[in-house]
Ligand binder design. Structure first.
Ligand code: ADP
Length: 405
């Protein structure tokens, strides 16, 4: 529940950030487009308004432009040439004599938008009388274009923001998924680890308390208890060592010390002591080493990997059964196989055996000193070497571990 709440909070935060970032980018983008279009539209009109030479008679009338001549008081003197437009609209037009040679915006009858300019002109050459020439261009079309543009930009921005929020939600869920999974795994790992550590500690404590309750008894009488304490201490040491190795690998601090090594030699050195051990248990341990080359590996880690697989192979085979360790080269890759004719692993369990603390039979594994970490360490070692490890059925029975590096 708590977890789901945190995930939802994170999702909402991500969506909010996406909204803010996109909204900010889009506002800037919209403003730039709007200003650019506005400039383009008005530059043309402003050039028309400013390119008039007032000292010369106007040679070519611009049909979009209204030419208003005014005397020094500002009264219109060319009403007749302006015609009906003057009667219907321009009568009420305010005129500001002080704004000269500067482009301004003006509304006519509160309905039509114009852009205009006023020039000082000589109205009578003989008397030297001056007046004004006011030029007006209707910009309703431009204003409508800008209105349409802003509506379009607004709608497009809303659509982009909505799409980006949905995309951010989907992407956040995707990126959060592996994090959530590894978080679950981590929590499960910590819970399992504390449980596994607690068991031997409890046994050691209880046994020691019992020993203290009988201080006069002889060691020989209590050898079973003492043995158990020693066994559990060993188990604890093994567990801590394995946990440390996995934690170091998880934090990417485990660095391999790779060298060109004689693979077959390393394997036969590791297997040698197990041959006698296996024969004591009436099991046969055979070698079939055909790699015959040097390969770039971490010698200690590969030995560790083989020990894990051999330990298991011996652990899970019965009397008169056999174990075969093979090496060979295929497609320029090194293959190591550890095959046994033991109890085998069910297909369902095959899917889980590389998981930390996974054991097919917890009680049995515990009895044989197993921690359930062996194969996950083997998996980590192979992965660090850039290889793969697979578990298959051995023929006619048993298990086969195939490593490809
Ligand atoms: P453990 O310390 O319990 O052996 P591992 O990680 O090495 O832990 O192995 C996990 C489980 O995989 C074991 O508990 C056992 O059930 C199964 N397993 C591993 N190797 C073999 C094998 N050679 N034959 C049958 N089962 C095996």
């Amino acid at each position: 529940m708590q977890e789901q709440k945190l995930i939802n909070e994170q999702l909402i935060k991500n969506m909010l950030w996406t909204f803010l970032v996109f909204a900010f980018i889009l506002v800037i983008f919209d403003l730039m487009i709007y200003n650019q279009v506005k400039n383009v539209l008005y530059t043309e009109i402003d050039t028309q308004l400013t390119s008039i030479n007032v000292n010369k008679p106007i040679s070519k009338i611009n049909p979009r432009m209204i030419y208003i001549l005014r005397d020094s008081q500002g009264n219109v003197t060319n009403k007749s040439s302006i015609g009906r437009i003057y009667e219907e609209y321009l009568v009420t037009l305010n005129f500001d004599k002080t704004i000269v040679d500067k482009i301004y915006n003006i509304n006519i009858s509160n309905e039509y938008a114009y852009r205009g300019i006023t020039y000082n002109v000589l109205t009578n050459v003989f008397t030297g009388q001056t007046g004004y020439l006011q030029l007006l261009v209707n910009v309703d079309g431009e204003i409508q274009t800008l209105k349409n543009l802003s509506t379009m930009l607004f709608l497009a921005s809303i659509i982009i923001i909505v799409i980006s929020i949905i995309a951010s939600y989907i992407l956040s869920r995707r990126t959060l998924k592996p994090i959530i999974e590894s978080w679950h795994k981590q929590t499960e790992f910590v819970q399992n680890a504390s449980h596994e550590l607690r068991t031997p500690i409890t046994i050691i404590q209880v046994k020691q308390q019992l020993l203290l309750q009988e201080p006069d008894s002889k060691i020989i009488d209590k050898s079973e208890d003492i043995n158990l304490v020693i066994k559990e201490s060993r188990r604890l040491t093994k567990l801590i060592k394995e946990l440390m190795m996995l934690a170091t690998a998880d934090s990417n601090q485990l660095i391999l010390k790779k060298d060109m090594v004689n693979v077959d030699q390393i394997i036969s050195d590791v297997v040698a002591p197990y041959v006698d051990f296996a024969s004591i248990e009436n099991k046969e341990l055979k070698l079939d080493l055909n790699f015959g080359k040097e390969y770039n590996l971490d010698r200690d880690k590969i030995s560790e990997l083989l020990i894990i697989l051999l330990d298991n192979a011996i652990k899970y085979t019965s009397n008169n059964e056999s174990i075969l360790v093979k090496t060979y080269s295929k497609d320029n890759r090194l293959y190591i196989e550890v095959n046994d004719t033991g109890i085998g692993i069910s297909d369902e369990n095959k899917k889980h055996i590389f998981e930390r603390f996974y054991r097919e039979d917890k009680a049995r594994s515990r009895e044989t000193g197993g921690t359930g970490l062996g194969l996950s360490i083997a998996y980590t070692i192979v992965k660090l070497h850039g290889g793969t490890i697979k578990v298959l059925n051995n023929q006619p029975k048993g298990t086969s571990f195939v490593i490809k590096i």
